[in-house]
Design a binder for this molecule. Structure first.
Ligand SMILES: Nc1nc2c(c(=O)[nH]1)N[C@H]1C(S)=C(S)[C@@H](COP(=O)(O)O)O[C@H]1N2
Ligand SMILES: [Mo]
Length: 559
């Protein structure tokens, strides 16, 4: 038989229960993450936190497989989902570490060190992050994580050994009145199976309160960190910008077609779709931001923000579309952009003879290292291509590329529309591939002709009689010549088209349908300015844009 002394029992009792240890690990991980947020906030200058850099590294590593999945699953909420995922996984791993550390604390220490190493490594590969910030944030997170785990496990041990905070000194000679069912054995508190419940519950509650306080403090620290981070941000700089008047304006604003729930001709900035790989939007200090022209340009130069705004500018309405947009999808929008023609800037930079036309490439590089490239002749063939700094009369919104971005009519965003511009490089077509090219997307990305039904909605129940069928159609840089609608397998009917500023924008269309009773399928197709009709062949977005006709089924009933 084993020796079963009171001493042995007491020390065994001092082993922290699994649940408590998991709680301690969870709270320690929360504190570690919060320490990272706080350091990033104090560092300022838009320095990302460990959660943010790990998320960015994850995006760059898995972008090719995720782009489709993420867009499909979360729409533009994919970033929030990623951040939540990283936090949840970190906390869960923290809980596991806590359990492992209750017998061997070294395991807990190693766990947090590995956490810190992953964070630090992500800082080193992140274009936006400074290594120094990464070092301090990672070390702080590791130190805080280990300290909190140690403190909570020690507290847990004291509580468990003492069987509850309410228990007076165990040396008490008399049975302790408050521990009704407890029995003092040899000067130590011995708990009968049932008797232990009451004081253990008290102890558990005390431990829970401590852990909850740690988690709450972590929440406060993380919030303060986030606040600090946003204080010196682009948003602050943007609010002080005064835009110049455009030197010349493209065709003036056109009236929007008045059909209930059809997309307005101009997409308000708040409703404009957003797609990018940036988990934290690059933050800019306008005093130090420069737009550089380089690569193989003959006369590399750079512009300050004020220089850029002082140049002659144009204002043009251009429809942007994402290559990931599905048939009927909403990753498309139309805005009035103000900026400096790219051709003028390239002229100043000097494009070597051998790089003019299709042998050359214009590469936009963003502050966070994202890149996109398109053929040189696109910049010089007379279409709208500009370094834009304003969108719908406002300084470029931060999420749409403040302080400056590229806008090129007729090309999908992934090959052209670099936001948060840092550098524009002149290079050879074969000398560089933009971000999405090695990830399986086509090197050239002209926007395919597309049309979409906005109203009636899919599955709508309508009354027989006159019904407005309406939507938008686009083929930027070629324009739309006709839009046709078909009911079931009936003949194609020409639609009425709204006004457009130019061939670079989408057009609103409407068909006045005398709807007969029954389940009906409405299909739309457009023909571009070159006379080419949208193909009915169904293709997925990868590798160069979706095709197919958009249709919707509605139920028409007698009134
Ligand atoms: N810096 C940067 N610019 C970027 C991207 C990006 O990931 N990073 N994504 C591009 C893609 S795929 C598209 S479709 C457009 C979308 O522009 P928007 O978010 O302003 O609508 O931005 C482009 N510019
Ligand atoms: Mo895109």
């Amino acid at each position: 038989m084993h020796q079963d002394t009171a001493t042995a029992r007491a020390s065994r009792a001092a082993v922290v229960p699994r649940g408590w240890a998991a709680g301690a690990g969870f709270a320690a991980a929360a504190a570690a993450l919060a320490a990272g947020e706080l350091v990033a906030g104090v560092a300022g200058g838009g320095q990302p936190s460990p959660v943010a850099v790990v998320g960015s590294a994850f995006i760059d590593r898995f972008a090719a497989s995720l782009k489709e999945v993420a867009v499909a699953l979360f729409g533009t909420n994919d970033k929030a989902a990623l951040v939540v995922g990283i936090v949840v996984i970190s906390l869960a791993l923290g809980a596991l570490l806590g359990v492992a550390a209750r017998r061997r604390f070294a395991v807990g220490v190693s766990g947090f060190v590995v956490f810190g190493a992953v964070g630090f490594q992500s800082y080193r590969t992140d274009e936006l992050a400074r290594t120094a910030t990464g070092l301090v944030a990672s070390l702080a997170a590791v130190a805080v994580g280990i300290s909190v785990l140690w403190a909570l496990l020690s507290r847990a041990r004291v509580l468990v050994a003492g069987f509850g905070v309410a228990v007076p000194p165990v040396e008490a000679a008399e049975p302790v009145p408050s521990v009704v069912d407890g029995v003092a054995v040899g000067g130590r508190l011995e708990a009968a199976p049932t008797s232990a419940m009451v004081p253990m519950a008290v102890a558990r509650r005390a431990f829970l309160a401590t852990s909850a306080a740690v988690v709450a403090a972590a929440g406060v620290a993380a919030t303060v960190g986030r606040r600090l981070a946003s204080a010196g941000s682009s948003e602050a700089a943007r609010s002080k910008v005064v835009l110049p008047r455009p030197t010349s304006s493209g065709p003036a604003a056109v009236p929007s077609l008045e059909v209930a729930r059809v997309s307005p001709y101009i997409t308000p900035n708040e409703d404009f779709y957003r797609i990018d790989t940036a988990l934290t939007v690059p933050q800019v200090d306008l005093a130090t931001w420069r737009l550089r022209f380089g690569g193989r340009a003959e006369r590399p130069f750079e512009l300050t923000y004020d220089d850029l705004l002082a140049l002659e500018s144009v204002e043009e309405t251009v429809t942007l579309s994402c290559v990931s947009n599905r048939v009927g999808g909403d990753l498309v929008g139309n805005a009035v952009w103000q900026g400096v023609p790219l051709g003028v800037l390239l002229e100043r930079a000097g494009v070597p003879e051998g790089l003019r036309g299709s042998t050359g490439q214009v590469v936009g590089r963003s502050l966070d290292g994202w890149t996109a490239g398109f053929p040189m002749d696109v910049a010089t063939d007379g279409r709208v291509a500009m370094v834009a700094y304003a969108m719908n009369g406002e300084p470029l919104p931060v999420r749409h590329g403040f302080p400056a971005r590229l806008v090129v009519a007729g090309l999908y965003g992934y090959v052209s529309a670099t936001k948060w511009l840092d550098t524009i490089e002149v290079t050879g077509w074969d000398d560089f591939d933009g971000y999405w090219v090695p990830r399986g997307w086509s090197k050239e990305g002209p926007i395919k002709t597309m049309s979409r039904i906005d109203v009636p909605g899919g599955g709508a129940e309508l009354k027989a009689g006159l019904v407005d069928v309406a939507g938008v159609a686009w083929a930027p840089s070629r324009g739309i010549s006709t839009v046709e609608v078909r009911i079931d397998d009936g003949p194609w009917r020409q639609c009425e088209l709204g006004e457009v500023a130019s061939e670079n924008t989408w057009v609103q269309w409407r068909y006045r349908w005398r709807a007969p009773v029954g389940d009906r399928r409405i299909t739309v197709r457009a023909t571009d300015g070159d006379g080419e009709t949208q193909t009915p062949v169904v293709a997925a977005p990868a590798p160069d844009g979706a095709t197919g006709w958009h249709s919707r089924t509605v139920k028409v009933s007698a009134d």
